[in-house]
Design a protein around this ligand. Structure first.
Ligand SMILES: [Zn+2]
Length: 456
């Protein structure tokens, strides 16, 4: 049972399928419910907006119903459209069913399609522009040949034809922005993957917008060459070992990692795909999340044990595993590492503005020293330099156009740092919107904090 999901605003919510089961393994109707509730819970749609579809192994198409409460769908509300076009179900299919069917028919490689109206994607659709995709590697790698579909009334044949045309005429396209409306994203890997792309693109646009407002110009982007180098180095080769009996300590640490991962997701510090947690087990052995772990509902089985140069058999650790290994080897006092890309803090990672700690005392108390910025690709190309950096007093680093690396003496400590990083960044963004001049605390006041909290 998903106890933490059961009671929400007075309603009893049903859980969809077994939590230990990946979304793609659930029944089609359960997948639609699960992904729609993630879209709603992430604030990416209103209760009435958005629709989803997926194609099952028999080429049936499953769609969400028209109207209703998107935050409260049940599997029995979903509709199945057979290959003969017959619709089974008790509800009326979504008004955009025609668009979903056209995309899935014209591009048979796709297995899942997501449509909704989150604020970042709608903003770009109001400007009738294409989003910048070279801001973060996940978006640059996943959003392919994004197109702008001409305006049409929702549910109309005109809109169906306009969106279908972009997917049909452009065989590499997996994303279309709809003028003055929102976006459609399709994936070969399934509905959950399409949602991951959709969410990360919306996130990227919101960071871009904040960077513009804060810096007065567009964000720094990744070059094609940088992305190619990053992708080439993606998969570190580790040997494997067979996992034996799990100690009580390891079991508890895995459970704690799951708890912090789920909190990071709920508090929008992680997305489904972006965010890595690791924790030292004993000596230089540590636990780290899998490369394709589902951060929304991480389970203990999606955590990989790393011992020396070997990883638990049958699992692929996060691509940043060698950096974590290096940090633990170099810094005996570090027992936990969290890598994340929270929305407000990432503004400092895509602009030349420094993350200034002289805003509130909490920054110095929790983050201790100024946060240095490392070039994009450092998680792979500058592991030694990063590990040495943490040897000094600074527990947090920024990697441009990529992430924050927060270290700590335990998971709570690293998580606290991540939250302080994001909350303070959000306060700075709000101060910027208030159009005032931020007044920093003085060196003398910083010194006073450091003495009182034993930071010197
Ligand atoms: Zn719509």
């Amino acid at each position: 049972m998903h106890c933490r999901h059961l009671r929400t605003r007075g309603f009893i919510r049903k859980s969809f399928g077994d939590k230990s089961m990946k979304v793609e393994k659930l029944k089609p109707s359960e997948q639609l419910c699960k992904v729609m509730s993630r879209i709603y819970d992430s604030g990416l749609t209103t209760v009435s907006g958005g629709n989803l579809s997926l194609k099952d192994e028999y080429d049936n198409i499953w769609v969400t119903p028209s109207g209703g409460d998107k935050g409260r769908y049940q599997p029995e509300d979903m509709l199945k459209i057979g290959r003969d076009g017959k619709i089974q179900g008790t509800r009326k299919p979504s008004v955009e069913t025609g668009i979903h069917r056209s995309i899935l028919a014209d591009r048979p490689e796709f297995k899942g399609v997501v449509h909704a109206h989150p604020s970042g994607l709608v903003a770009i659709s109001l400007l009738r522009q294409l989003p910048e995709t070279m801001l973060f590697p996940q978006v640059a790698n996943e959003v392919r040949n994004v197109r702008l579909a001409a305006y049409g009334c929702p549910g109309s044949e005109e809109l169906r034809a306009n969106v279908a045309k972009e997917f049909k005429d452009n065989p590499t396209t997996n994303t279309a922005i709809l003028e003055n409306h929102g976006a459609f994203v399709a994936s070969e890997k399934g509905l959950s993957h399409a949602f991951g792309i959709f969410k990360d693109l919306d996130f990227s646009i919101r960071v871009q917008a904040k960077a513009h407002s804060f810096w007065g110009k567009g964000p720094n982007l990744i070059s094609k060459e940088q992305l190619e180098r990053y992708n080439r180095a993606l998969r570190p080769a580790l040997g494997t070992f067979k996992q034996g009996e799990i100690s009580e300590k390891e079991r508890e640490l895995r459970a704690l990692m799951c708890d912090f991962c789920s909190r990071a997701y709920q508090r929008k510090l992680f997305t489904q795909n972006i965010g890595v947690i690791s924790a030292r087990l004993e000596g230089e052995n540590f636990l780290i999340t899998e490369s394709d772990s589902d951060n929304a509902e991480l389970t203990a089985s999606e955590i990989v044990k790393v011992c020396g140069s070997t990883a638990e058999e049958g699992k692929t650790p996060s691509k940043s595993v060698l950096l974590h290994k290096r940090i633990y080897e170099t810094n005996p006092d570090i027992h936990a590492i969290i890598m994340a890309a929270p929305e407000n803090a990432m503004v400092f990672a895509v602009t030349d503005r420094e993350y200034d700690l002289k805003t509130i005392p909490e920054c110095y108390i929790v983050l201790r020293e100024d946060i240095a910025k490392f070039p994009f690709g450092s998680t792979i190309e500058k592991q030694e330099e990063l590990a040495d950096y943490f040897k000094r007093k600074s527990p947090v680093a920024i990697v441009k156009n990529d992430c924050y690396i927060c270290t700590g003496e335990n998971l709570f400590n690293a998580f606290d740092r991540l939250e302080v990083v994001e909350f303070s960044a959000e306060a700075v963004m709000n101060a910027n919107l208030l159009k005032g001049q931020i007044k920093s605390i003085t060196e003398q006041q910083v010194h006073e904090i450091k003495v009182k909290f034993g930071i010197v």
